[in-house]
Design a protein around this ligand. Sequence first.
Ligand SMILES: C[C@@]1(CC(=O)O)C2=NC(=C\c3[nH]c(c(CCC(=O)O)c3CC(=O)O)Cc3[nH]c(c(CC(=O)O)c3CCC(=O)O)/C=C3\N/C(=C\2)[C@@H](CCC(=O)O)[C@]3(C)CC(=O)O)/[C@H]1CCC(=O)O
Ligand SMILES: NC(=O)c1ccc[n+]([C@@H]2O[C@H](COP(=O)([O-])OP(=O)(O)OC[C@H]3O[C@@H](n4cnc5c(N)ncnc54)[C@H](O)[C@@H]3O)[C@@H](O)[C@H]2O)c1
Length: 210
Amino acid sequence: MAYVPLNIDFTDKQVKVIGGGKIAKRRVKAILESDAVIHVISPELTEDLFQLYLDEKIIWKKKIFESSDLEDADFIISATNQQEVNDVIKKSAPKHSLINMVSDAQVGNVIFPGTLKRGKLQISVTSTGASPKLVSNILDDLEKQYPVDYEEYVEFLFESRIIIKSLNLENTEKNQLLESILSDQYFDKDEQNKLTNWLRRQPKKRTREE
Ligand SMILES: C[C@@]1(CC(=O)O)C2=NC(=C\c3[nH]c(c(CCC(=O)O)c3CC(=O)O)Cc3[nH]c(c(CC(=O)O)c3CCC(=O)O)/C=C3\N/C(=C\2)[C@@H](CCC(=O)O)[C@]3(C)CC(=O)O)/[C@H]1CCC(=O)O
Ligand SMILES: NC(=O)c1ccc[n+]([C@@H]2O[C@H](COP(=O)([O-])OP(=O)(O)OC[C@H]3O[C@@H](n4cnc5c(N)ncnc54)[C@H](O)[C@@H]3O)[C@@H](O)[C@H]2O)c1
């Protein structure tokens, strides 16, 4: 089986998480970053999940899993600690559905990668289930390579790109500018400000109404 990496916005999607333990908590926290409707089906919840329930961030169905729980699901996460239950979840899932099996990459059709986040920059790593520990080690290395202040730098790149796209320049010149802002000198906040101020003073491309 081949897996295609994608970045998904879950807003308004119906997500059904079966199990309320440690791994379910990790998946819920990841998905909560977009505005999904998250149902957790489990007789018990970890403390963090229970707090999310009290804060009305998730819907808790306090019960053991039944096939009917998967009705209307856009995305299913099978996160119980009972292999037989995970097997039933897999069998009950509608054929078209997306399903993440936390206990076995090859059984589901969605795998969660490990992700390093630096604002708009997200680096996701997967071993397709071969070695989650290797993924952890690679993320540790990436953390050193892309320190926390990368978030600001990526924000600078984002804002500069918007201005550059609006300038009255040929595409080749725009590409040259987009390349030049990747220079190490722009890790420095003063240099960033100097450049964005200069970019803001450049002539804009004309719109049709002008
Ligand atoms: C990347 C990360 C993201 C996350 O979970 O958020 C992640 N596992 C992480 C860590 C980790 N997991 C485990 C260990 C202990 C060492 C070991 O067992 O090797 C460690 C290491 C540690 O903790 O350092 C145990 C484990 N994991 C899985 C199984 C079942 C199996 O064997 O397949 C077992 C055995 C369970 C048991 O024995 O009961 C399965 C999966 N783990 C996945 C993701 C998916 C495949 C990802 C890929 O290969 O790319 C998949 C298929 C689940 C899925 O897709 O949902 C996260 C690192 C995040 C970070 O460091 O920031
Ligand atoms: N992806 C990973 O990184 C990773 C890491 C460790 C373990 N795992 C796998 O994930 C599984 C879950 O691990 P965990 O640490 O979250 O376990 P856990 O024991 O913390 O949680 C299991 C949850 O499943 C619920 N549950 C059990 N039977 C149920 C049923 N019939 N219906 C509904 N809910 C039910 C329990 O109430 C509990 O809330 C493990 O069995 C293991 O295979 C994956």
